[in-house]
Design a protein around this ligand. Structure first.
Ligand code: SF4
Length: 403
């Protein structure tokens, strides 16, 4: 539910009444399920000039309490009859009143308590593709089965493990219980962590069946009654996951067709670069050609693909070759409607081995403005191809992510 106040204030809540986002004073706030709050604002209309900051505890408290106060005013107005919803069907008014009742059940202390509940159910979720920010995450695996790419620190805190059927069942049930009615805000299912569907097929298919058994995937549940429709969850629109190219190549198109029959809709492959010497430098597994073959295999089974690459990685040393080979490789991929290519500006992590390797190799890191230039250059080179192939070309800033 989103409440909009004369285009000056926006507050959004999930189906259980937890704040998920707000906008006021020209600042966008996003609240994570563990009650962190990310503030985002821009002093310039140029894309890429956005500021972001996680708020301190007093800052979070102020934002959260102010957002709830806006909703409480509406609830009070409806209850006391001072707020009139002329021409609105009674069923809708009832639904709104019911949603506001749920919003009213939260306060700062209860929301703070969510952190502990969240970490009883989940390991930290460091990243999702942008079109999956509103997914329901299920950690079918934990960590990354490879975990050696030098620029990546997402899963360094945990060993890789595949959950058994019973452990995964308990996890799904715990996630359902944790989110409660908030689950209705989630539109798709994302299988985490990294490379989740690399799980050998004989173990993977029962796990995918379990997801379909415990959650309504792709099956509308309620069809009539306006209030009911407003409140209903229409079923998750498919299952999504990351997958590395070498892991995809351990499977066949028939394997992907079997996953598709169990509602796997798209897998996201981290290409990072189409230039093999740069891939080797960052210890990315497999060659550019392997990524091409992986895409062919996945698409051969009718599963869609999201390709992610990084603009600016490899600094000045690899700048031209990275651009040339990445554009050429992507244009050679059999992508079409439903597939996405993400251009992700490279954000070095101070703890990542890449930073030391690059300094040791005498590679000059690109300045933020140079990285923005590279993003523009990639977009301009790929846009005509993307349009003619009906492929979505999109921006992926990992600093925007919050679950
Ligand atoms: S980039 Fe992907 S494959 Fe590489 S270590 Fe990170 S999660 Fe694993």
């Amino acid at each position: 539910m989103t409440l909009n106040f004369a285009e000056r204030v926006n507050v959004s809540f999930d189906g259980a009444g937890r704040l998920i986002g707000a906008w006021f004073d020209g600042v966008t706030f996003r609240r994570a399920l563990d009650n962190r709050v990310l503030a985002k604002w821009s002093e310039s209309p140029t894309p890429g000039h956005r500021h972001r900051r996680f708020l301190s505890t007093p800052g979070r408290k102020r934002v959260i309490e102010r957002a709830y106060a806006y909703a409480f005013r509406v609830e009070e107005g409806l209850r006391q009859g001072t707020l009139l919803l002329e021409g609105t069907p009674p069923a809708v008014v009832r639904t709104v009143a019911d949603r506001l009742e749920r919003v009213k059940s939260w306060d700062w202390h209860r929301l703070e308590g969510e952190r502990e509940r969240f970490y009883r159910v989940y390991k930290p979720i460091p990243i999702l593709p942008p079109d999956q920010y509103l997914a329901l995450v299920l950690q079918m695996t934990e960590g990354c089965s490879y975990n050696r790419c030098t620029f990546c620190t997402f899963y360094r805190d945990r060993p890789f493990r595949i959950k058994g059927e019973e452990a995964f069942r308990q996890h799904i049930l715990a996630v359902r219980e944790f989110l409660g009615q908030g689950i209705t805000t989630r539109r798709t299912i994302f299988l985490a962590d990294a490379n989740a569907v690399m799980v050998p097929q004989h173990r993977l298919l029962p796990l995918l069946r379990l997801v379909n058994e415990l959650l309504p995937v792709g099956s509308p549940t309620v069809s009539h009654g306006e209030g009911a429709r407003w409140d209903a969850h229409e079923g998750f629109r498919g299952i999504y996951a990351f997958l590395s190219a070498p892991d995809a190549l351990r499977k066949t198109p028939e394997d992907f067709a079997a996953m598709r029959a169990l509602n796997l809709r798209r897998v996201y492959v981290g290409l990072e670069s189409g230039h093999d010497p740069l891939r080797a430098f960052i210890l990315k597994q497999g060659s550019a050609r392997d990524v091409l073959r992986a895409v062919e295999t996945i698409k051969g089974g009718g599963v869609r693909v999201g390709i992610i690459f990084m603009a600016g990685i490899g600094g000045d040393r690899f700048r031209e070759a990275h651009f040339r080979d990445t554009v050429a490789l992507i244009q050679a991929m059999p992508l079409g409607r439903g597939d996405i290519v993400y251009v992700s500006p490279f954000v070095p992590s101070a703890e990542a081995p890449y930073v030391y390797d690059a300094a040791e190799a005498g590679i000059r890191a690109l300045e933020p403005e140079e990285i923005r230039q590279e993003v523009r250059r990639f977009r301009e080179a790929l846009l005509p191809w993307a349009r003619s192939h009906d492929v979505r070309l999109s921006h992926y800033d990992i600093r925007e992510f919050l679950y």
